[in-house]
Design a protein. Sequence first.
Length: 433
Amino acid sequence: MGRTHLEIVYLVLGVLGVVPTSYLLINAYLGGRRAARGPGRIVPRSEITIVTPVRDEPPEVFRESIASIARQGCPFLVVGDGCLEPYRSLTEALGGRFVGLRAHLGKKGAFSAGLALVRTPFVLFVDSDTVLPPRAAEDLASHFAPGVGGVSANLTVKETGHPVAVCAEFVERAREVVLRAMSTRGSVLYLDGACTMFRTEVIRPCVASSDFQDLRVLGRPSPLGDDWQLTDFLLRNGYTAVKAYDVRVVTQPKENFAGFVRQNVRWARSNWIRLGRYVSGRGPKGRSAFFTFEVVGTYGLPLIALATLLARLPFVLHDAARVPSTLDGAALFLLRDVVGIPRSMVGALVHLGLTLLGAFATGLFLGTVLSRSRHPALRLVAYGAVGSAILFATTVYGLLTFWKRPRWGDSEDPRTRRWPAPVPGGADRPESS
């Protein structure tokens, strides 16, 4: 490859390198600012219904979650997705309503069954492993200014002492920085399904639609999650999606790295499906230029990193076959191809400039992430590096397998699983008390 071709390659890589650096700098700056918020709205607790789908949740985890829900003082119901005990007894003991589905329909089916029974202006969906602080429901409702369709809580991963919890916490804090930056310019990119409140009548048509229950892409069932679909529905219809950073809920981490990887693979597949819908014009419409920049940056960073690695691969393979069996030859190969120091003056200048700017941007972004977490900084950085590597790998894998359908609770496809024992109350309708 000639010198001119080398310079062109490094100039292209330099342009690509500006995108992630700009993304980190802008988000670090805006993410460190306090999101603007109007006067809080007072919503009576009687106007909020809390709905919690449950499926194979450890009883002790569910007990803590449902107790925090009961303390909100709102009417609440639990939808057992093909399961009854101990969830029914725990729910009824705290004054809630339990709805038992005869068939295992999946999370979206449980959402639909629960929402069908809601008659209040607001509905709060809470995962069965999420713990709410006191007054969380009222505080979330206070963010419903005119035009706001949904409000999501700020997630914190429960500290269990396991490295997976720290990895997950780092990922959540990094997402918080990006969402805080988006909040300064309008709507956030997504509302987290662990704890989000909606205007009931706004989302009812979406949840009842066949597109929500059985979304298909290229003729195959889509892995796009319920939270992504509901957020896109709001944004397409002109509503704003808001993140309530003052409402911090605690969610349970995965028990091991295998579960953490599977979780991020599901999220990655949803991300790529959503990007495809956005690019094809089926995603949010009428969003600002900054919103588009955040979408491109969020989804494009892994591709840019992958493109950079692939662009360097021919150089590495070419030089690896010709490395002299001397210490000097090995050192030169290490500097040129492993460390990445270019062999042309233009390439060297581009590499040096991007390295310095990238290091500054990364440090600034990382500092903003650390300021949002209560974990010890060194531990968070160390396990955050592991979490980032897992995110990169699962993002690439998710792109290559984006059509595969997710599994709630790592069970089989809900349409192939039937509740084995009859449930009193009818063969085809929910059984509730």
